[in-house]
Ligand binder design. Structure first.
Ligand SMILES: Cc1cc2nc3c(=O)[nH]c(=O)nc-3n(C[C@H](O)[C@H](O)[C@H](O)COP(=O)(O)OP(=O)(O)OC[C@H]3O[C@@H](n4cnc5c(N)ncnc54)[C@H](O)[C@@H]3O)c2cc1C
Length: 326
């Protein structure tokens, strides 16, 4: 059960390899008007995985262009196949996409902006850097990468920001020290971050530790691969004989909904919490992969976000239709 999404037909105009494992796609919707979209916007793309339709989200790179929407996709080898589907597309391919939507709340009235990108997390940050630089804002971008040759858009960013671009390349022994960075920021600074879950966890602790208000750390995640390996686990439904297997390549949410045990959902990224269901018993271990619950709530294991979180072993869950969500 999901909120309705409007799909629009589009054509893949061109592709460009930006770095090993990162490919840029220019996609033009039919009847495209080039209208501006908010910073941090993404589109959803309908992909085919194992013959079935699935959705993957991709951030729009840079500000609006009359040529179409630009996205950059990292090829994830250990994955269910959404990025591999994107990578096999050739110019001229027809696609279904959604209109841009932004999950990043921007505030243009700050004195100081700190942008942080980890790897492919640069995609929503690039447009923010362009918009802030155009407004003459005091902005610095910290870009954490494995190596400079694996970093997408490095030349564009260097041209845009000059020495306000700070690259932290781990193969050069330069790791981003978020504690030191946030401690050095003036009060009232706004941080925008996009990177892996571990980076976000570290950033939250460092941000609070430096005495900044948590709402001033704005972030986007692309989904988490978790602490535990992605493996098959079992879900038992309380007070019934039903026990379901959640295979490696499917989410608990998808298996429950396919089995007719309707679970409400929206973001499918572990952000909105709509698909959270009660956990009654854990025979094994839960791997919370959401950003909805606090660390404390995750330790309590009372609920699980069925869209992204997984487990090892067997978990028993309570009624799946949440009364407050009907
Ligand atoms: C708002 C938003 C913006 C995004 N923008 C970008 C972008 O600009 N560029 C980009 O490359 N990606 C972006 N993503 C991520 C993108 O949507 C896809 O998740 C990504 O392409 C990987 O898809 P996949 O099917 O190849 O991998 P997935 O199967 O989704 O795998 C991703 C990770 O999850 C783990 N995993 C594997 N199976 C499962 C499972 N059953 N359940 C849970 N986890 C599993 C894998 O270990 C892997 O590391 C964005 C995501 C969001 C939500």
């Amino acid at each position: 059960m999901r909120f309705i999404e409007t799909w629009i037909p589009a054509t893949l105009v061109s592709t460009r390899d930006l770095a090993p494992g990162i490919r840029e796609f220019l996609i033009r919707p039919d009847g495209f008007d080039g209208a501006a979209y908010p910073v941090g916007s993404h589109i959803n793309v309908s992909v085919t995985i194992c013959g079935l339709p699935e959705t993957r989200s991709y951030s729009l790179v840079g500000e609006a262009s009359p040529a179409g929407f630009t996205i950059a996709v990292r090829r994830a080898e250990d994955s269910r196949g959404g990025s591999r589907y994107m990578w096999q597309l050739a110019p001229g391919a027809r696609l279904d996409i959604t209109r841009p939507a932004s999950l990043l709340a921007m505030d243009w009235a700050r004195q100081n902006y700190c942008l942080i990108a980890g790897g492919i997390g640069i995609t929503p940050i690039l447009g923010a850097a362009q918009a802030l630089a155009r407004r003459g804002a005091d902005v610095t971008l910290h870009y954490a990468v494995r190596s400079r040759k694996e970093a997408a858009y490095l030349d564009d960013l260097a041209g845009l920001l000059g020495d306000r671009l700070v690259v932290h390349a781990s193969d050069e022994g330069d790791r981003l020290d978020l504690d030191a960075l946030f401690a050095s920021l003036p009060k009232g600074a706004l941080a925008l971050l996009c990177g892996p879950m571990r980076m976000l966890d570290g950033a939250r602790h460092a941000w609070i530790g430096a005495g900044h208000p948590l709402p001033d750390l704005r972030y986007e995640t692309f989904g988490s691969s978790g602490r535990l390996p992605t493996e098959t686990f079992r879900v038992r439904l309380k007070d019934s004989n039903v026990e379901l297997e959640i295979p490696r390549e499917r989410s608990m949410l998808d298996v429950l909904n396919a089995g007719g045990f309707e679970v409400m959902y929206d973001c499918k990224r572990g952000e909105c919490g709509l698909c959270a269901i009660d956990v009654v018993e854990v025979d094994g271990e839960i791997d919370h992969r959401d950003v909805f619950f606090s660390d404390h709530q995750k330790q309590g294991n009372a609920k699980i976000c069925a869209c992204v979180s997984r487990a090892r072993g067997t978990i028993t869950v309570d009624t799946l239709l949440r009364a407050d969500a009907i």
